[in-house]
Structure formats: structure tokens, C-alpha cells
Ligand binder design. Structure first.
Ligand SMILES: Nc1ncnc2c1ncn2[C@@H]1O[C@H](COP(=O)(O)OP(=O)(O)OP(=O)(O)O)[C@@H](O)[C@H]1O
Ligand SMILES: [Mg+2]
Length: 333
């Protein structure tokens, strides 16, 4: 028993039992979409989004990310299934459901000749909310757009225009924010800024769902990650659990002469042969990596050499989210 393990707080222990789990802020069940062309973009999607989390929906081009978001936001009609947003059905109770949601769309569409201030302020009115300039001011300041409030959109850089889209989506004080590829085509520096903005929003209590095909973005931002491919959710997992699962590391030795089997002197190590005995592979847990681990690797290499094995080359590799993503997506063309 590891006495350093902190005792789980009572609320955490409680959340383990399904009956006590808080109601999801979005519940999607059996959701399907067949476009008029006959194309089946979503196939029986079941997904729950928890209040206050950052959920990253990861998937390649054409996977169905925008279609899913568009249905949740009521912009596209589903052909089957249902979406409930904070207790409101997205079809039969559309206005109440939509009012909970802010959407930052994938495509940049705004009136180029309108000012930042008017654009954002007007957006609030679209949701039937009374004007609240103090809120608009707060949003523009949080997104570093305050100095640009009198600028026409056409005079802004691409990254600033994206921030205006976020400001617009936040104008009516939504509890849930969808960001459809928020950092596509955005440079590294600005991408980091956007991540910071998103984190601050989450800290203020907003639930965030973002789509991306940047694995790095999902890895950096998300509490949970869902992978969608070919209109199907192929994986939903806590990021931390996923990263632990991905923690295994491999040391690969390319041998000078192929081996028929692992020598008995090395049999107590988790060693396997690959590529017709030309490669010796050692798999170990990277989560235990540290200075002590380096010692054990060099000790292992000494043992291998002592067993008379000579190698030409040595590599270490850590499996990553990218590996599983590529595998999941490759399996289902
Ligand atoms: N209006 C439409 N009519 C017919 N097919 C459509 C329509 N809109 C999207 N599709 C198809 O549905 C599939 C999913 O598209 P969607 O835009 O949801 O993908 P995505 O995951 O958002 O992709 P990307 O990463 O490129 O944004 C694609 O094959 C697309 O061609
Ligand atoms: Mg899309």
C-alpha cells in the first residue's frame, strides 16, 4: 500500500457510482444523419458531455465532426436519434436548447465592414438577450480585442477574426461553447493563446467541446477525448487514462547477427525478437521512467553485451496518442 496516495475526496468516490454521477449537460443518443445525397454522415452516435469539461472530438477530414456539432446546435436536422441540451430537446425545445450554446463555426463568416463592437453586441441580441455592454466589454478584454473594438473586421488579421468569432459566440453568456477547429490555419503562438483563452473559459464554468484534427491540441487541452471516424464514435476516454495506457516505451536494438531465440541468460527480461531475429525489443513502463530507469536500461544493455549480442543501432520509442489515432482511423477506411 502506497501511503503517499492521497485519499480520494468524498465527492470523487461518490462519482464512481453511476447513480450518483451528475446528469450530463448534453446527452446524444442514437443520432444519425443521412444527407439528401444519400450519404450517411453519422451512424447511431451515443455520447454524453459532462458539465464543465473540455471534450475534444478528434477525427480526420470528413469524419462527421461539423455535422455532429451542426445538429446539436440545431443548424442541421438529424435523420434519427435525439439531442438533449441541459434538459431541453434540441428539436422540440429548440430555443431553450440553443440559448445554452455558443458556437464558433469552422468557416469564417462575418460582415467585413461592421466593427468588432457592433458585431459582438448584435450577436447577443440574436438570442433575445437584453443588451449588457459590461459583458461585451469583459469578453472583448478577455480576448485581447478591446483595443480593436472600433476596427472594421476587414482590417483585422486572421487570428483576430477568429477571436471575434469566439467573442460573438460568448456574447449571450452561453453555458456550453462549441469550437469547430478553432486553431485551423493559426500559427503556433496564437494557437497557444487560444488554448489559454479556452482554459480560462472552462475555469469560469463553461463546458467546452472542440473539434480538431491536431492530435497535439486534444492532448494539450482535453479532459476527455472522443475519436470519430466515418460517422462513428470509435473511442471515448479520459485523457489521463489514455495517456497512462500510452505510457509504455520500447527500446529497439538492431542486431549485427540475427538470433534464433532470446538467450536463456536474458530470459528474465521482457525481451522479444522481431524481424526474423534481426531486432530485439524491450518494452517497459515509461511512467516509472526517471533517473533510476536510465540505470536499469544501461544495466540491461551491459547484460545484453555480456551475453555476446552485438547491435548496430538502438532506438527508444514512446507510443503516443498519435499512434492510437492513426491505428483507429486506419482500421476503418
Ligand atoms: N450538405 C451536405 N450534403 C452531403 N454531404 C455532406 C454535406 N455536408 C457534409 N457532407 C458529408 O458528410 C461527411 C462529414 O462531413 P463533416 O463536415 O461533418 O466532416 P468533418 O469531420 O467536419 O470534416 P473536416 O475535418 O474536413 O471539417 C463528409 O463526407 C461530407 O462530404
Ligand atoms: Mg468540419
Amino acid at each position: 500500500m502506497n501511503h503517499e496516495t492521497p485519499t480520494a475526496p468524498a465527492h470523487q468516490a461518490k462519482a464512481d457510482s453511476p447513480a450518483d454521477r451528475p446528469a450530463p449537460v448534453i446527452a446524444i443518443s442514437g443520432l444519425s444523419k443521412r444527407y439528401d445525397s444519400g450519404f450517411e454522415a453519422l451512424k447511431q452516435i451515443d455520447l454524453e458531455i459532462q458539465r464543465g469539461e473540455i471534450f475534444a472530438l478528434l477525427g480526420p477530414n470528413g469524419a462527421g465532426k461539423t455535422t455532429l456539432i451542426s445538429i446539436i446546435c440545431g443548424l442541421v436536422n438529424a435523420t434519427g436519434g435525439s439531442v438533449v441540451v441541459d434538459g431541453h430537446d434540441s428539436v422540440t425545445d429548440y430555443r431553450a436548447a440553443r440559448a445554452k450554446i455558443g458556437l464558433v463555426p469552422q468557416e469564417l463568416t462575418s460582415d467585413a465592414f461592421e466593427t468588432v463592437w457592433n458585431t459582438v453586441r448584435f450577436s447577443r441580441g440574436l438570442f433575445g438577450k437584453p443588451p449588457k455592454d459590461s459583458h461585451i466589454e469583459q469578453v472583448l478584454k478577455a480576448l485581447s480585442l478591446w483595443d480593436k473594438r472600433k476596427n472594421k473586421l476587414i482590417t483585422l488579421s486572421g487570428g483576430m477574426k477568429r477571436r471575434v468569432l469566439i467573442a460573438k459566440a460568448l456574447a449571450h453568456e452561453p453555458e456550453i461553447l462549441f469550437l469547430d477547429e478553432p486553431t485551423a490555419g493559426v500559427d503556433v503562438g496564437l494557437r497557444r493563446d487560444m488554448w489559454e483563452v479556452v482554459r480560462e473559459l472552462r475555469n469560469s464554468g463553461v463546458t467546452i467541446i472542440l473539434t480538431t484534427h491536431y492530435i497535439e491540441e486534444a492532448e494539450e487541452m482535453a479532459d476527455r477525448i472522443g475519436v470519430i471516424n466515418g460517422g462513428e464514435i470509435v473511442l471515448v476516454r479520459e485523457k489521463a487514462a489514455l495517456m497512462r495506457q500510452l505510457g509504455s516505451k520500447q527500446l529497439t536494438l538492431h542486431l549485427q547477427t540475427p538470433l534464433a531465440s532470446v538467450p536463456p541468460a536474458l530470459a528474465h527480461h521482457p525481451l522479444t525478437l522481431a524481424e526474423d531475429g534481426n531486432v530485439l525489443v524491450y518494452t517497459y513502463d515509461a511512467s516509472e521512467a526517471g533517473d533510476s530507469d536510465h540505470v536499469s536500461i544501461s544495466a540491461l544493455i551491459n547484460e545484453i553485451e555480456a551475453a555476446g549480442i552485438r547491435f548496430k543501432d538502438l532506438h527508444t520509442k514512446q507510443s503516443s496518442l498519435e499512434d492510437i489515432f492513426v491505428n483507429l482511423v486506419r482500421e476503418r477506411p
